[in-house]
Structures are given as structure tokens and as C-alpha cells.
Design a protein around this ligand. Structure first.
Ligand SMILES: [Zn+2]
Length: 358
């Protein structure tokens, strides 16, 4: 890791000192963004996966579950097998067997061929508690069929309340001309939102081959969660009538990503190897980048001040892909990072413990 060595000026010449100070300042201005990156450290897990983490992130061994029979083996790794956790599965087969299948609640999971057998990623969905979630593992040539019940750890999500005052009443009646313009603006806005929805749907419908390599990266160079995934945000709108609060309505939004602290311009890193399938300004997401990691695994990065990648570009885990900002529907600079595995929303930070191999 690069380290800056500074020697004190052994001179009493004030001009030299001030010139040195100026050059140190310039050096600091240009080098500090690089230093911010080099502050990150690297962990090595399972002798194969390199996980890039900020210093303040406490890494823990993943939990493991397994099944074995006739020399074949299924290993599952997860941060905690909780709602919203990604799960990494590896299948190892003895020489006489070639094929194996994994079904999650009857849905066949896409498997990637590796040097040791097969691997895949899936996520435990947020409605897990209501479902009976079962993994079926088969190796036809060995007549193996095993069922693993993924018993969840019970999780209660915090609820935050946001009060929003609605001002004014019926107000002045608009003239027919003003009303027509208002309707035009509304229609224009709805067209824009519908177009953005189509662009997002197209990006997330990509089903490319597994691109994940042997590196995983935290999306930031510091670890500070300002809002966890699945927090229920209850939005209560009210008006003041006769000096009293009158509730007008409430709706609950489930936070579908994790908010990470960062100043405007702070670096954002790609979490896994992948291809950029979306990199543009959106109304709600602000400057938004979506990476396709193959097999239906996507990570997303919202509210950026700057995007450093283009759609179609390949990126590596740990690449500097953008800068933290507060664009779109955001109340202050932060990174809203997301993980979606074949349509299931999961916690992107749950990737950081997985001993992915190929
Ligand atoms: Zn968020």
C-alpha cells in the first residue's frame, strides 16, 4: 500500500518553507482521492476470494450449512440465512456424476460450471416468513434427492415515521389556460416516469452468463449505514386546522437498499465483476448505475453526483465507477446501494462474506 513519507524541511529559509507548504497543499489536493482508496484493506477468504473492505467494516465468517451423500456435497454459505441475505451454493460431485440440480421452492436455479463442480447465488426474500422455503438438491446419476428447509432467523424491522405538512387548501381557481398547462406538465411527467420504468425493466431483464470473478468489494471506502435495508418508512401527511394537526393519510414504504454515508464526490466502487446495463439520470434514483453480474444478479448505485461508466462497459469488482451525491429523490448526500437476485431484493452488504470460487 502506498504511503506518503514527508521529511521536515531542514532549512530556515522561509520561502523554501512556504513553497514547500504550497506544493504539499497541491500534493494533498491531487493525491488525497487516491489515498482515500488506498486506505481500504483486503481480506482473503477461502484462499480464493479477495474481499475489499473499508477499515471500519467488521468482517465475520459466513454461516455454513451442508448436505452430503455418495461422495457428492452441497455447501451453502450466508451471512446469517436471514431475510434479505444472499446465499452462495457450491456443489461438488464425485467423478462418476456429471449433472446436478438445485430447485428453490420448485424454481430451478441457474448453475455455473466451475473447476470443482457448480455454483450459484440466490437470495432469501423479504416475504420469507410467510412462505415455506425449501431447497431441493438432486444428483440423478447417484439417485440423490435431498430437501433442505431454510429455517429463517426471525427479524423485526424498525419503523421510522416521517411527518410531512401539506400546505394550503383549495386555493385560487386556475384559469382554463393555466389548468391546461398544468395538465400538460403532469402528462409530460408521467410519460417521462413511464419511459424510465421501461428502461429499468429492460436493464433488469438481462440474463447473461455468470460474470462473477474472485473479488468482491464494499461499495464505499468507509462503512457507515445511515439507513438499513427493509426499514419501514411510514410517511404521514398532515395539515394544520384550527391550530391542530389533522392527519390526511399515511403510507409505508419498504426501504429496498442500504444507505451508506458519504460526502459529495466520495468514491463508489463496483461490488462484483460485471457489465454496466444502465448508467443515466433518473427522476427518483438520480444518477443511477446498474451492473449486471450474470445469472440475474444485479447491483445498483443511486443518487450519484457523477457517473464514471457507460452502458455496455465491463467493470471489475473494486473499480471506481462513480461519486456519492444527492441527485434524484434524496434528502442529503449518500449512496443507496441495492442487490437484486432474479427479482428478489437483498442486502448488498450480505455479499461481502461469501467465499465465491470458480
Ligand atoms: Zn436509500
Amino acid at each position: 500500500m502506498p504511503r506518503l513519507h514527508l521529511r521536515c524541511p531542514a532549512s530556515d529559509d522561509r520561502n523554501v518553507v512556504s513553497r514547500l507548504q504550497v506544493s504539499l497543499l497541491l500534493l494533498f489536493v491531487f493525491v488525497s482521492p487516491l489515498l482515500a482508496r488506498s486506505e481500504r484493506r483486503i481480506y482473503v477468504v477461502s484462499s480464493a476470494t479477495r474481499i475489499h473492505l473499508p477499515r471500519d467494516f467488521k468482517w465475520q465468517q459466513p454461516e455454513r450449512r451442508y448436505a452430503e451423500a455418495e461422495g457428492a456435497r452441497l455447501d451453502l454459505y450466508s451471512r446469517g440465512f436471514k431475510v434479505g441475505d444472499a446465499v452462495y451454493a457450491e456443489i461438488r460431485l464425485p467423478e462418476k456424476a456429471r449433472a446436478s440440480y438445485l430447485r428453490l421452492d420448485g424454481v430451478t436455479l441457474p448453475l455455473t460450471k466451475t473447476s470443482f463442480g457448480y455454483r450459484t447465488l440466490f437470495a432469501i426474500p423479504s416475504n420469507f416468513m410467510a412462505q415455506h422455503m425449501e431447497l431441493q438438491w438432486t444428483v440423478p446419476e447417484l439417485q440423490i434427492t435431498k430437501y433442505l428447509a431454510l429455517r429463517p432467523t426471525s427479524v423485526t424491522w424498525p419503523v421510522t415515521k416521517n411527518y410531512r405538512r401539506v400546505h394550503g387548501g383549495p386555493g385560487r381557481k386556475l384559469t382554463p389556460d393555466e389548468e391546461r398547462r398544468r395538465q400538460e406538465r403532469q402528462a409530460e411527467f408521467e410519460r417521462k416516469i413511464a419511459a424510465e420504468r421501461r428502461i429499468k425493466a429492460a436493464a433488469f431483464s438481462s440474463r447473461s452468463a455468470d460474470r462473477i470473478g474472485l473479488s468482491i468489494s464494499h461499495p464505499r471506502d468507509m462503512h457507515y449505514i445511515t439507513s438499513s435495508i427493509f426499514v419501514r418508512r411510514m410517511q404521514i401527511s398532515y395539515a394544520i386546522e384550527k391550530k391542530k394537526r389533522k392527519e390526511l393519510g399515511r403510507r409505508t414504504i419498504i426501504h429496498n437498499g442500504v444507505d451508506l454515508r458519504g460526502k459529495v464526490g466520495a468514491p463508489i466502487f463496483a461490488m462484483l465483476d460485471g457489465r454496466v446495463v444502465l448508467a443515466q439520470r433518473m427522476h427518483y434514483e438520480g444518477n443511477y448505475t446498474v451492473l449486471d453480474h450474470g445469472n440475474g444478479v444485479f447491483t445498483g448505485y443511486m443518487h450519484q453526483s457523477k457517473i464514471h461508466v457507460r452502458a455496455g462497459q465491463d467493470v471489475r469488482a473494486g473499480d471506481f465507477i462513480g461519486e456519492v451525491g444527492s441527485t434524484g429523490f434524496s434528502t442529503g448526500p449518500h449512496l443507496h446501494a441495492t442487490l437484486t437476485i432474479r427479482g428478489v431484493v437483498a442486502d448488498p452488504l450480505s455479499l461481502l462474506v461469501l467465499p465465491i470460487r470458480n
